[in-house]
Design a protein around this ligand. Structure first.
Ligand SMILES: Cc1cc2nc3c(=O)[nH]c(=O)nc-3n(C[C@H](O)[C@H](O)[C@H](O)COP(=O)(O)O)c2cc1C
Length: 190
């Protein structure tokens, strides 16, 4: 993840389109494709995003100082109702639309897959990017500011741009967990 950007170097429009074309190649349960993306490339729109979607607290605004230099923000949204509708169709048959049928919320997972394709495409294009969450208490104000319909939930925002000198995230001190710690071969335990 890159958290500081060259503010004078916008992402070329054809690259923005490639990020989005790749996003929609993500896999999705039942090929539901229940996602939606808000693209903010204009400086005024980005400012509206920072104002509506992030808390005013010093803690938040401190880490956002450099993030605000991003020339492009893409907000990824999931739409649960598209999945419930899709799986109520005859080839799936879950006409009760019971959410307990779902082992995990695939609407959020699939939108996460699409977000990862945006991140990977950014790397391919020589760009930097960072995925970050919108705090729950900011979501009503964010929705109102941009007219996002109630059935769409912003699962996170992706800042994109050409990387500028950056500090490494403190979280990286945790180190990467080795494969041997997280992979179980043949049997988990017992
Ligand atoms: C769901 C999710 C939420 C994240 N939220 C934030 C965030 O709010 N702020 C931030 O600086 N980084 C955020 N990150 C980035 C992680 O901190 C980063 O991926 C992790 O430290 C590993 O670093 P790397 O991606 O540069 O290898 C988030 C990543 C994910 C997948």
């Amino acid at each position: 993840m890159v958290r500081n950007y060259d503010p004078d170097r916008p992402v070329p429009p054809e690259v923005v389109e490639r990020l989005l074309e790749h996003a929609i190649r993500a896999p999705s349960a039942g090929f539901s494709q229940g996602w939606g993306f808000l693209v903010l490339a204009d400086a005024t729109d980005r400012e509206r995003f920072w104002r509506a979607a992030t808390p005013e607290s010093d803690l938040w605004q401190r880490w956002l100082v450099n993030m605000r230099s991003a020339p492009l923000i893409i907000v990824a949204h999931s739409n649960k109702s598209v999945y419930l509708d899709r799986y109520a169709q005859p080839d799936k048959g879950w006409t009760d639309r019971d959410e307990r049928r779902w082992p995990v919320p695939y609407w959020d997972i699939d939108t996460g897959f699409a977000s990862l394709l945006i991140l990977l495409t950014a790397v391919d294009e020589g760009l930097g990017a960072c995925f970050f969450g919108i705090p729950p208490e900011q979501i009503p104000g964010y929705r109102a500011e941009f007219g996002v319909p109630a059935e769409f939930t912003p699962i996170g925002a992706i800042s994109v741009g050409y990387a500028a000198p950056d500090h490494r995230s403190g979280s990286l001190k945790r180190g990467r967990r080795p494969v041997a710690d997280v992979v179980h071969r043949g049997q988990w335990s017992g």
